[in-house]
Design a protein around this ligand. Sequence first.
Ligand SMILES: Nc1ncnc2c1ncn2[C@@H]1O[C@H](COP(=O)(O)OP(=O)(O)OP(=O)(O)O)[C@@H](O)[C@H]1O
Ligand SMILES: [Mg+2]
Length: 226
Amino acid sequence: MTTIEFEDVHHHFGERVVLRGIDLSLTEHRVGIIGGNGSGKSTLARMINGLHLPERGRVLVDGEDTRKRAAAIRRRVGFVFTDPDHQIVMPTVAEDIGFSLRRAKMSKAERAARVAEVLAQFDLAGHADHPCHLLSGGQKQLLALAAVLVTEPDILVADEPTTLLDLRNARRFAEILRRLPQQVVVVTHSLELVADFDRVLVIDDGKVAADDAPAPAIEFYRKLIG
Ligand SMILES: Nc1ncnc2c1ncn2[C@@H]1O[C@H](COP(=O)(O)OP(=O)(O)OP(=O)(O)O)[C@@H](O)[C@H]1O
Ligand SMILES: [Mg+2]
């Protein structure tokens, strides 16, 4: 398994202090991050692949500093944004998945087979030639997840990946995460999604307020919001 480390990470946007002294060593398979709106979860998640660099302190992925090795780390860490429109780039569903594989060394036939496999896995098999902009919100979210997972990143970081998914697809996604061999970090407001994760962090006002197994962490969060 990979290791993600935060060493005394502080960050602020303008006057607003967003992260206050985060120290973490994440080695578990599935790590969930929960907490209130504006508590700093997305900022923290974006630091794992160098989308934000810490003002103070360091973030390390397998010992490599995001400040010094940003490009290499970004290739290893797949990031799924909350808004799928931010990452869908090609006109059709199959083309979008194929675009993710543009650097993969495989034949045209292998690529087509891989695209078909991933579309089936994400319940999009019937939409291969569909224009992406005509997909429903949930289908776009599935496409964005598929387009990142098809590249088989070493680590998957997903920021609210199930907000638009129906119950069936949310469960399907949870099952995909369970089976993924890679380390997964998921920011979510779905307490159900993280219920069987290996570790759950509760972020409050830029700090790790709880760091525990899912049940006690969720209980802490419930009490925190009163
Ligand atoms: N690029 C930015 N510029 C200025 N302020 C920002 C920026 N990104 C985030 N913030 C501020 O930082 C704080 C933390 O934001 P963040 O997106 O990390 O919260 P969050 O925990 O992910 O919340 P949510 O659950 O609503 O997604 C918020 O007060 C937000 O307004
Ligand atoms: Mg957020």
